[in-house]
Ligand binder design. Structure first.
Ligand code: ATP
Ligand code: RIB
Length: 313
């Protein structure tokens, strides 16, 4: 019998993308001009923002989603999926001029993927829409954003949260350059090693290089930096120094959304007041469970599953 979960209900506001994921299983990537026979196809609710919202909600947090979909069947299905997880979608707008975002995911037998995102309505989510939902951001304990919506929109949300003293988390994915003014409004920066290299211009091939890059990122504003390393775990650098945490050993079936599961679960842990090492450990276990299953949101674990998987202290 697992111990009772340490994660209490919490208030997390997540601003970001909603995409319908079209997943093709393939033995390998097709060469230019080649037609290749795939081995499977499925659709799933996705988008980095929506994924992180679902991950946080399944960890027990009270979650509000801010974003934009098209007025179409995919938009309806994505917002309905969020509501099924108990997420407040009153700040998810409907756009009449663009379709809902989609993502084409090529999934290889080792669980690795290549993703092509067609942003659609996500790129029509504007700072004015954030202003309409300013109360949601100000009332949250933790505000989370990623980079599949316009940068000015992310900037507006982080600034609004920061002004209200709310903890801000930026998952700087997909990788793109960021200015210091934006990073100055970030408390927690979560990146993978590719994003860390892109943001710093430093190599991230060895543990020492990754730690140097994390310290360089801290110099630009965020007090807490996490570099996720896939099956190798993560490096956290904060005011008290560096902490490397190995990932639980699992057999990966589909790594799509591993980073999103990690970020959403981390946000839930922080919002509920967990100590940082415990919040990081729970998030890693949530992400490890997600990679053992096919799918994006459908692969994300519940709080009870994570409780049962995290080793007793
Ligand atoms: P993605 O873009 O695929 O969502 P990412 O590159 O943003 O992922 P990763 O570093 O691949 O993020 O993974 C995030 C976290 O998920 C890792 O720090 C680790 O805790 C967990 N994780 C990812 N892959 C594995 C794996 N194969 N086995 C165990 N844990 C994993
Ligand atoms: O991080 C995984 C997500 O990236 C997928 O759900 C896809 O929609 C893209 O946004």
């Amino acid at each position: 019998m697992p111990a009772p979960s340490p994660v209490a209900a919490a208030a997390v506001a997540i601003l970001g993308s909603l995409n319908m994921d079209l997943r093709v299983q393939t033995p390998r990537l097709p060469a230019p001009g080649e037609t290749l026979i795939g081995t499977g196809f499925s659709t799933d609710s996705g988008g980095k923002g929506a994924n992180q919202a679902v991950a946080a909600a399944r960890m027990g947090a009270a979650v509000a989603m801010l974003g934009r979909v098209g007025r179409d069947a995919h938009g309806t299905a994505l917002t309905q999926a969020l509501r099924t997880d108990g997420i407040d979608t009153s700040s998810v707008g409907e756009d009449t001029a663009a379709p809902t975002g989609t993502a084409v995911i090529l999934l290889m037998p080792d669980g690795e993927n290549s993703i092509l995102v067609i942003p659609g309505a996500n790129h029509r989510f504007m700072p004015a829409h954030v202003a309409d939902s300013a109360e949601v951001l100000r009332n949250a304990r933790v505000v989370v954003a990623q980079l599949e919506c316009p940068l000015d929109t992310v900037r507006a949300a982080l600034a609004s949260a920061r002004d209200a003293g709310v903890c801000t988390v930026l998952n700087a994915a997909p990788a793109q350059p960021l200015d210091d003014a934006l990073l100055a409004a970030v408390d927690w920066l979560v990146v993978n090693e590719i994003e860390a290299a892109m943001l710093t211009g430093l190599p991230t091939d060895t543990p020492a290089q990754i730690e140097a890059a994390a310290h360089a990122l801290r110099q630009r504003g965020p007090s807490q930096v996490v570099v996720t390393l896939g099956s190798a775990g993560l490096l956290h650098v904060g005011p008290d120094g560096a902490l490397a945490l190995p990932a639980p050993q699992v057999t990966a079936v589909d790594t799509t959304g591993a980073g999103d599961t990690f970020v959403g679960a981390l946000a839930a842990g922080l919002a509920s007041g967990l100590p940082i090492p415990a919040a990081l450990t729970r998030a890693q276990h949530a992400a490890a469970l997600a990679v053992t299953r096919l799918g994006t949101q459908s692969a994300m674990p519940t709080r009870a599953e994570v409780d049962a998987f995290v080793p007793a202290p």
